[in-house]
Design a protein around this ligand. Sequence first.
Ligand code: KIV
Length: 273
Amino acid sequence: MSTQSTARPVGATDLRARKGGEPIVALTAYLANTAAIADPHCDVLLVGDSLGMVVHGYPSTLPVSLELMILHGSAVVRGARRALVAVDMPFGSYEASPEQAFASASRVMAETGCGAVKLEGGARMAETIAFLVARGIPVMAHVGLTPQAVHTFGGFKTQGRERAQWEAIEADAIAVETAGAFSVVIEGVVEPLAARITETLAIPTIGIGASAACDGQILVMEDMAGLTPRVPRFVKRYGELGTALDEAVRAYADDVRARRFPGEAHVYAPTSE
Ligand code: KIV
């Protein structure tokens, strides 16, 4: 049954139960207004740390702070009604120890009201995932191309092109499932590997640049809606909001310069006369 027909909010356990069922629809959201538009159509709204690059103009996700994630996370929770809101743990806020991760993740949960956190890393993060889950924090994991490790990957490169890389990536996915993650994002891996992981795991896989073989898909909303100038090759554009906004701003500027704005309807008469 589609979670879209249920009125109550989607929880991590609902999402976990979607394995092998209707594909999971996920998008990133950073703001209350766009979250409200996407919410009726999505199962998951991810407040991704990609917001650092997409809306704050950073060259990578590394400068994103916990405070910034909490600010955007609370905005998205205010805009969403039904979708599961998951908030990314930013670089440096969880890797040092399970205790550090709990201190950061509990702030995210308490201060935003979100339903889950997401963190990057496979086997190396398994102990931390188990620690968080045992303390009541639902965790979405993220394996394959993990953007916070861009400097160790040497760029945003598809993972698993070499057959020799498969074993480690699959082991990462199994490790996060064993640790208690309720779902896992698989980013930038070749199709046969994504298919193999999806078949092996009992939790849903959510793909980005990882083929249609996954249990669901996620995209950056601004990428699929045409608001970002350059997008990865795998992104299908479903709109041209950048062009629409450019035209709207241009028309407004033309009106102001030609003194056509504000129109008569918008002239406020003094009230004190
Ligand atoms: O930060 C992000 O937006 C993400 C998704 C693209 C999976 O991690």
